[in-house]
Design a protein around this ligand. Structure first.
Ligand code: C5P
Length: 315
C-alpha cells in the first residue's frame, strides 16, 4: 500500500511559517524509520548507550489526526495500542503543554500502520507528529533547540523525526544532523521491503542483552565513524555497503527465526537483508525491476500469516 505524506515533512524553516496557521482538524503523517547503519559504541554512566546511526525515514507510516478539544484524549485504529497516559502521543502533549505553558486540549486519533516492537520508530514518530500538530493548533512556537530537548526527553529516537531526509544520529539519539547530500542521494527514493515476524523485540531487552554479552559486541566510536566516513566519501559505494547493525548478534541468538530467513533471502534472492534498530523488523533494498511476490511468499512461508510485509521507499 502506498501512502502519500499528507502533511509533508516540515523543515525547521517551514515550521516557523506554519505554526501561526490554525487548521482544524489536521492530519500529520508520522513516517516509519530504518536504521541503515547502527553502531552501538558503548554504555554510558546514565545506563543508556552511545551510538552512531544513519537513519532514513520511509514513505510508509501512521497518520495522526488532531482537533482542538477540552482536555487530552487519544483513540487508535489498532485496539492493541494502549491509549492511556503510557502512550507517547499523550506524553508528548503533556510535555508540549509544560514547555509552552499551553493550557488548551486536543483529541487525537491515531491511524496505526507501523507495527509495534519493530525497531521502526512508530511510537517515537507518533510523538513527534503530536508535537507538530500541537504547534499548529496552539500557535505556540518552540525554538528548534527547545523542540529537540522536548523530543529527546520523550525518547531517544524522537529527535530524528524532527529532521527531514536521511540523518546521522549520535549520542543516545539526541544529536541529529543531516547526512551529507553526496551520500543522501544514494539513499533517497530507494525501494525497500520491510518485514517483521508476528513477535516484537523489546528495546530495553535488546540493549540489556548487548550490554551483558561479550565486550566485543560494541563497535568502538572511532571505528564506527571511520566506516561511515569511508562509505560517505566513496561515490561508487552503493547503499548496501552502508548496512550494519551490531544489535543483530544478541537478537539473532535468541530469535533464530530472524537469521534463518535472512540467510534464505541472501542465498535464494541475492538480497542483503538486515534488522532495523533493536528489531524485530528487517528490511532489504530492492532493485526497481524486482518482482516481490516470490520474496513475500518466502517470508510468509517462514514466518506465517501474522508476518508484516510492506513495500516502501526511503524518503
Ligand atoms: O529512549 P527510549 O525510551 O527509547 O529507550 C528505551 C530503552 O532503550 C532505554 O530505557 C534503554 O534501556 C535503552 N536505550 C539505550 N541507549 C539508547 C537508547 C535506548 O540503552 N541510546
Amino acid at each position: 500500500m502506498k501512502i502519500k505524506n499528507p502533511a509533508g515533512d516540515i523543515s525547521d524553516n517551514e515550521r516557523s511559517s506554519t505554526v501561526s496557521t490554525v487548521v482544524s482538524p489536521i492530519s500529520i503523517f508520522a513516517p516509519a524509520k530504518l536504521n541503515l547503519f547502527l553502531a552501538i559504541t558503548g554504555r554510558r554512566p546514565d545506563g543508556f548507550h552511545d551510538l552512531v546511526s544513519v537513519v532514513a525515514k520511509l514513505d510508509f507510516g501512521d497518520t495522526l489526526h488532531v482537533e482542538p478539544a477540552k482536555g487530552l484524549a487519544l483513540t487508535c485504529s489498532d485496539p492493541a495500542v494502549p491509549c492511556d497516559e503510557s502512550n507517547l502521543v499523550l506524553k508528548a502533549a503533556r510535555a508540549f503543554a509544560a514547555a509552552t505553558q499551553w493550557g488548551g486540549g486536543a483529541r487525537f486519533f491515531l491511524e496505526k500502520r507501523i507495527p509495534i516492537g519493530a525497531g521502526l520508530g512508530g511510537g517515537s514518530s507518533d510523538a513527534v507528529a503530536a508535537l507538530r500538530a500541537l504547534a499548529r493548533i496552539s500557535s505556540r512556537i518552540l525554538a528548534p533547540t527547545e523542540l529537540t530537548e522536548v523530543a529527546a526527553q520523550l525518547g531517544s529516537d524522537c529527535p530524528l523525526f524532527l529532521a527531514s531526509g536521511p540523518v546521522i544520529m549520535r549520542g543516545r539519539g539526541e544529536k541529529v544532523e543531516a547526512l551529507p547530500e553526496r551520500a543522501a542521494v544514494r539513499l533517497r527514493g530507494r525501494r525497500v521491503l520491510v518485514f517483521k515476524p508476528g513477535f516484537g523485540i523489546s528495546t530495553p531487552w535488546a540493549y540489556a542483552r548487548l550490554a551483558t554479552g561479550a565486550p566485543a559486541s560494541y563497535l568502538p566510536a572511532a571505528e564506527a565513524e571511520a566506516r561511515l566516513e569511508a562509505w560517505s566519501a566513496d561515490p561508487e559505494a552503493p547503499a548496501e555497503a552502508l548496512l550494519w547493525n551490531n544489535m543483530e548478534p544478541p537478537a539473532f541468538a535468541k530469535f533464530v527465526a530472524l537469521p534463518v530467513l535472512l540467510e534464505q533471502l541472501r542465498s535464494e534472492f541475492g538480497l542483503a537483508p538486515r534488522m532495523s534498530g533493536s528489531g524485530s523488523a528487517c528490511f532489504a533494498f530492492l532493485d526497481d525491476n524486482v518482482t516481490i511476490a516470490p520474496i513475500v511468499a518466502a517470508i510468509r512461508a517462514a514466518w506465517g500469516a501474522s508476518a508484516f510485509v510492506e513495500e516502501a521507499r526511503l524518503s
